[in-house]
Design a protein around this ligand. Structure first.
Ligand code: NCD
Length: 305
């Protein structure tokens, strides 16, 4: 039985196969509408989410399956003090596959150890978010034609943004990748990203504070929201929240075929006028999130033909 807890749980070849399947689904979704008939997905969300939870649910419904679950810790037995280990043991009798989001880093990994069904990490604290990464990889590949030889700018809250950590980890496996890490000093990527991912693999990277200077160099600009809920105090959040705001004026500095990604939700880091720029790829990215989760559910359930 397979789980998806860490973005590196799948090999590059397995990710290729999954993205290929997701592309096929995107081209002809109705061909897949009964693949998961009579299968059930449990969405165990201990932390609020709209997009990720609904995209998992939409993915399972699109495949002809059903969904059950909860969308906050208060509406689950966690409020009574039940452990993640006990919850997943019970859910293993109710569903065929589970997606779990949890504010505590490592909770989905712990659940996977006790589970009799595949567990998908749908985001654990400030740690990892592997299905967002699959969504990002699909979008980059469709826009750029490949996942190699790209200069990737990541901008905003690189410290607490789990999507950033997962994406850097995953893209570091492809040749010719170079990162420009754009953030205020206080919101730089955690040390482990440098010491365990970028340095050992000798991936070229720079840590900078100016978005304008980086703009002309980028193939991909990955914007992120400042993660208010992970700050220790509100003053720091208020001071840092508007550090980067992407405008059409800044877009004018970029390559004509650059793509702007954002895992969403957006707060104010991309002004609305950028939405009409053909380089804005974030709504397409959200759509790809459904296709890639369909491909993932099929893969983990062993239902790829
Ligand atoms: C991201 C997350 O939850 O980490 N959202 C998402 O899953 N699309 C990004 C965020 O909340 O800023």
């Amino acid at each position: 039985m397979r789980h998806l807890i860490d973005p590196l749980d799948f090999s590059v070849e397995e990710i290729d196969a999954l993205l290929y399947l997701a592309d096929q689904i995107a081209e002809n979704p109705t061909a897949f509408q009964n693949v998961c008939a009579h299968k059930k997905l449990a969405t165990l969300f201990y932390e609020p989410s709209t997009r990720t939870r609904l995209s998992f649910e939409a993915a399972m419904l699109n495949l002809g399956g059903s969904v059950l679950g909860f969308s906050s810790a208060d509406s689950s037995s966690a409020a009574k003090g039940e452990s993640v280990a006990d919850t997943i043991r019970v859910i293993s009798s109710y569903a065929d596959i589970a997606a779990m989001r949890h504010p505590k880093e490592g909770a989905p990994l712990r659940a996977a150890r006790y589970s009799r069904i595949p567990v998908i990490n749908a985001g654990d604290g400030g740690h990892q978010h592997p299905t967002q990464t699959l969504t990002d990889l699909m979008t980059i590949r469709r826009r750029m034609g490949s996942l190699s030889d790209l200069t990737i700018g990541l901008c905003g809250d690189l410290k607490f943004g789990r999507t950033v950590h997962s994406l850097i980890k995953s893209l570091s496996r492809y040749p010719g990748i170079r990162f420009i890490l754009i953030s205020p000093e206080e919101l730089r990527v955690p040390d482990y990203v440098i010491s365990e991912v970028l340095e050992p693999k000798k991936i070229p990277y720079e840590q900078v504070t100016s978005l304008e200077n980086a703009m002309p160099l980028l193939d991909i600009l990955y914007m992120t929201r400042v993660q208010r809920e992970r700050f220790f105090n509100e003053e720091d959040y208020i001071r840092l929240k508007d550090a980067y705001i992407l405008t059409e004026k800044k877009m004018a500095l970029a390559k004509p075929n650059m793509a702007v990604l954002h895992p969403l939700p957006r707060v104010n880091e991309i002004v609305l006028e950028v939405d009409d720029d053909p380089r804005a790829a974030y709504f397409e990215q959200a759509q790809n999130g459904v296709y890639v989760r369909m491909a993932l559910i099929m893969t983990l359930l062993g239902l790829t033909k």
